[in-house]
Design a protein around this ligand. Sequence first.
Ligand code: FMN
Length: 375
Amino acid sequence: MKNTAQPLLEEYQLGDLTLKNRVVMASMTRGRATNAVLVPTPLMAEYYAQRASAGLILSEGTWVNRQSIGFINVPGIYTPQQVEGWKLVTRAVHDKGGLIFSQLGHIGTASHPDHLGGELPAGPSAINPQTKSFTSEGFKDTLTPRELTIREIKQTVQDYKQAANNATKAGFDGVEVHAHSGMLIQQFLSAATNQRRDEYGGSIENRARIVFEILEAIIKVWDSTRVGIKFNPVAISNVGIMRPDEETIPMYQYILKKLNDYNLAYLQVEGPAEDLSGTPVQVLQVNYFSHFRKHYRGTLMANLGFMQQTANAILQEGTVDLVSFGVPFIANPDLVERFKYNLRLSHSNRETYYTGGEYGYTDYSSAVQEGVIGQ
Ligand SMILES: Cc1cc2nc3c(=O)[nH]c(=O)nc-3n(C[C@H](O)[C@H](O)[C@H](O)COP(=O)(O)O)c2cc1C
């Protein structure tokens, strides 16, 4: 369907998948896997199914192994029971004609012993990332972690592969590698948190090695066209000491150049949430996504702060191919229909982002339920 007034509503061919529109639901941790074994629940299936009119849903960040846990009530995808739970979700989304990728994540040193049976979190180096971890007793400061051995790094890569394999069993349509937001991969990329002297530290190539090892492992399980990756090179808040530095731009240029050879489903890039003036990445401030377009040939997905008009505009310009929306999907399960009929959006309640069961989760109404549009 060609809808030039609203390119957001046009179909998009993502490898062999036809997205019914270019509105992607971004990954959002919602803390509703409220059971000790971190299994997705029927309530989660209902939540995702309500949002199935998105061209593609990206699941919340999901743990690839036990060591990767760093936030309460976030589901995993490393046990058979968790796979069974995810089947409820994928089936519910597919029954409504939607598509869903699993976002694979590992929090690395940004965890806390409270999540790990008292053990220290581990990552590239024994350096405190100086972020916070959400525990059952609220936010706690991160600690000085333990350095992963090379054997453990290789095992972690294998755990990503196993998690990707579990995602096939759970009925997902693809996977996304969570490589931003101060998580394990970003901890390897940043010289502030990676001071290793082996093949995973030092040069840009070495620090980025884990990205490609993880991708190589995952594409043994999934066709590369079903694998996406999400970066944010310009995050300043919430990433502790992993702030952009003089090597950030060369690092991402190196990564993008190499990613061109992978024929991935997409590269998702989150935009700047803060003013970049005076930072080592200030050159990215103007026409942010064009910098990535210049270096990346494949499908590019833009994220952060988009609304109907700005999203249609960036698609119209041809700078990116898809736009993902996070917060707008929380209170607008039918975001696509609201765009289609130019309807007002509802506002979400931040207090129930990570807690509250069905409240602030599955109880937001659609425009049909509100009687604004007919069925
Ligand atoms: C409640 C909440 C939870 C989030 N959890 C994740 C997550 O698990 N994985 C991830 O990659 N991004 C996560 N994000 C970031 C969103 O995917 C998105 O990048 C961000 O909200 C910016 O897009 P927006 O301006 O459209 O909301 C989260 C955002 C929110 C608001």
